[in-house]
Write a protein that binds this ligand. Structure first.
Ligand SMILES: N[C@@H](CCC(=O)N[C@@H](CS)C(=O)NCC(=O)O)C(=O)O
Length: 344
């Protein structure tokens, strides 16, 4: 009921072009009073957000939810996961059904403004790609004229697809399916020639969802990446303190990787003489206070979740079935784009 009123209010404010009122700490107070974080995730993509055989959610996106809970509660387990399709996610965030989305949502201008949200960083730098059955013998997306294309509604994918085909004077027939498992089933059953989405999700689908007797080798991801898809956590406008906590929880994971602090060595690192490490870990106090958190907020994130590189490797990198190279998601010090502003 409360959610409905909130949704109506936000919708009205959005329609009138008025920014929703900003009150510091209101969302955070509600999260603390509730005792857990409501994190909107995808319905099931290996490496990013997937409930495992024990029903435990794992993945790179899930680790961001866990990091925020560790920062706020000192306990990464204090998260309730709400699986959402791409179509459902924005209403769920606007209505207060979730506190944040961490689900492969692309940071765009209209989502950051007209929809009433704030993006708080980039968990994964991605771009849109195309996957096709190998037996079609295709080498390039430029050969897709007239293709039947499986795509999810309410996504940047749908918009980029139309732009790309128009720009290349090609036609296509969209097969629009909301649920990601149904899109995959349609593609593997040959109801479309092509599946298009973020390249990371194509890699996940190819690594984890190909039904026997088909194998990974039966599918190829074409070389063209047709868009920028910076995927990151997103919150409602209105509580800057909560947005700051989400923003700096991800930055802390990235900064910790840069300074070599891991889940394994964090206790040892508490004794470090390096002033930056002392500040990050709260040995020198101040950063926690500035966010309204315990000074051990980063210690708790690292101990319970790990740094960005650990999460990347375990979930989508070389320590995972996906084996996606770090590429653009490497640290800036190693030629990538992942760059956290200083914790000071
Ligand atoms: N990044 C694009 C595409 C997002 C997207 O389609 N995500 C899919 C595939 S990873 C998804 O997670 N859908 C939710 C689900 O059903 O799991 C966007 O933000 O619009």
């Amino acid at each position: 009921m409360l959610n409905k009123f909130l949704a109506a209010g936000i919708a009205a404010a959005t329609l009138a072009g008025v920014a929703t009122t900003a009150y510091a700490g209101k969302e955070l107070d509600a999260i603390k009073a509730r005792g857990n974080l409501l994190c909107g995730v995808g319905t099931g993509t290996a490496g990013f957000n997937l409930a495992n055989s024990q029903g435990k959610w794992v993945g790179l996106n899930v680790d961001v939810c866990r990091a925020v809970a560790a920062a706020i509660f000192g306990d990464a387990e204090k998260v309730k996961y709400v699986p959402l399709t791409a179509q459902q996610r924005f209403t769920a965030l606007q209505s207060g059904e979730v506190d944040l989305l961490s689900n492969n949502t692309t940071f765009t201008l209209t989502r950051d403004t007209a929809l009433g949200f704030d993006f708080t960083g980039v968990t994964y730098y991605d771009g849109q790609g195309f996957m096709v059955p190998k037996k079609l013998g295709l080498k390039s997306a430029k050969q897709l004229n007239g293709a039947t294309v499986c795509v999810a509604p309410g996504t940047t994918t749908e918009l980029n697809l139309a732009d790309y085909f128009r720009a290349n004077k090609m036609s296509f027939k969209p097969v629009v399916i909301e649920k990601v498992d149904e899109i995959r089933a349609a593609f593997f059953a040959g109801r479309c020639d092509v599946y298009t989405t973020d390249a990371s999700a194509l890699a996940a689908t190819r690594a984890a969802n190909v039904p026997a007797p088909l194998t990974i080798e039966d599918f190829v991801i074409l070389p063209e990446i047709i868009s920028k898809e910076p995927l990151g956590p997103v919150v409602r406008h209105g509580d800057n303190q909560f947005a700051d906590i989400v923003r700096w929880s991800l930055f802390a994971m990235i900064e910790a990787e840069e300074y070599g602090i891991t889940s394994k060595n964090v206790d040892e690192m508490m004794k470090s003489d390096n002033p930056t490490i002392k500040r990050i870990l709260g040995v020198t106090p101040g950063m926690g206070k500035a966010l309204g958190l315990d000074e051990k907020w980063v210690y708790n994130i690292l101990k319970q979740v790990g740094n960005y590189g650990e999460s990347y490797d375990r979930n989508v990198g070389m320590g995972s079935p996906l084996k996606i190279a770090r590429g653009q998601n490497e640290l800036w010090t190693k030629g990538g784009l992942q760059y956290a502003p200083p914790i000071r």
